[in-house]
Design a protein around this ligand. Sequence first.
Ligand SMILES: Nc1ncnc2c1ncn2[C@@H]1O[C@H](COP(=O)(O)OP(=O)(O)O)[C@@H](O)[C@H]1O
Ligand SMILES: [Mg+2]
Length: 477
Amino acid sequence: MSDAALDVVEFLLTTSVYSDDRTLDENDLPPSFRQVFWTGGSGGSDAGSDGDDDGSSRRRAGISRPLSATNATAREATGIERPWEAVSELMFTERDEFSGTITITQRDLAEEWFLERVDDERLLENPTLAKHFEDHETYDGEATHEEARERNRPIQADRAWIDGLLEEYFDEEEDEDMLDLVEVRAPEEVEITLDDLVLTDDQENELDKIAKAIEHRDYLSQIGLREIGKLLFVGPPGTGKTSTAQALARDMDLPFVEVKLSMITSQYLGETAKNVDKTFEVAKRLSPCILFIDEFDFVAKTRRSDEHAALKRAVNTLLKSIDNISLIEDDVLLIGATNHPDQLDDAAWRRFDEIINFPKPDYNMRADILQVITRQMKIEEFDPQLIAEATEGLTGSDLRMVLREAVLEALTEDRTTLTQEDLLNAVEEFEERDNLKNMDMIEGDHEALVAGGDIGKASDGGHSHGHDHDHDHDHDH
Ligand SMILES: Nc1ncnc2c1ncn2[C@@H]1O[C@H](COP(=O)(O)OP(=O)(O)O)[C@@H](O)[C@H]1O
Ligand SMILES: [Mg+2]
């Protein structure tokens, strides 16, 4: 019997067991099955039967029983082109020609057939069946419901679930600007991992600590330790603050909720305080998750200046919401980031229990970063140490730009293999551009302009330039 049959029978059994056992919830279905039966948050008329707790007319997103198994749903869930053909020979299956529904006619036969072919590893990927079989007399394996639940990706990490939730909270027309203020990413949509980042020892220690705290949050709650789980990433632009937060989300399989404070402009003020509130509500509903608030200096700036009262109100709402959210109670890890720590006031600092420094990379880190970002490239005579020497003051993001430049330059000669020389030229190019960029800001600094002309000869071994790039211009990459 083919694997296709096993896949389809698993699907049939799962839909049948799930439909009957009301103690099972969405997190008991494997993600590929959930996707098939997920219905979005608004619009449709057949309201989800379990969504009546808030009395609102809006339909709750979710999965409603019974789950129907048809050729179409089975195909979508299993990826098998002709599901019915795969199981039509079995004596316990039947297909209703009219509705297309595939059913199991004799559950005990189907279960026996399935148990003969499934192993524990596979059963652990399906909490619905793990629960069904764990106490089953004919099952003698070790798989448990608990372990299967633990292994199964939580529904909060599914894109469909996130979209449904956002729709439920934010009216598309009314809150259009909201979509600029907050962005939610499923962990699977985050591309960067911690392996792609070169971290300082200090950063690694702090991240380890927080990972441990998350793992043991029941214990922390029990001993009354609640002031934990609010991190502030501090450092110049391009030093990996955003990437690190995202990589954490991806590596810990948590949804990533990003708030962009600069999007709070006077234009949308009427709704902003309310939307800030909603954002935190969404984060709580998505929990466990990471709530990332970039450009945190915006908070302090707003409180200082004599801005619009409504803008201040929005910012105060934000601070209050931060106070009211907790890793221990709400399973929300809050990460703030700022390029301008000097602009933060006490009220802002006070909100965070760990400050993590993101300095510009030193020589060794630059060499490591160069190694990491060139992993997929072919480079002749590659000497990252030498490049690291020539790139003092550059950030990880600058180094990426240098590499990009080198790749594009080589492509103009139809080369996909780079040379060390290409990289050194790209460094020169970058330095020149960086100088010109800074020039804009230094009024009438003609001498600097002239000096910029021979910046390129930096590879002479001596680092007479000792340039500390002033990256105050927020080039956000
Ligand atoms: N320490 C680092 N290791 C590897 N890549 C880095 C590092 N710092 C920055 N980068 C790269 O530079 C780019 C910009 O980083 P980002 O996280 O947006 O910086 P920030 O948020 O601090 O401005 C990203 O592509 C990132 O991968
Ligand atoms: Mg950033």
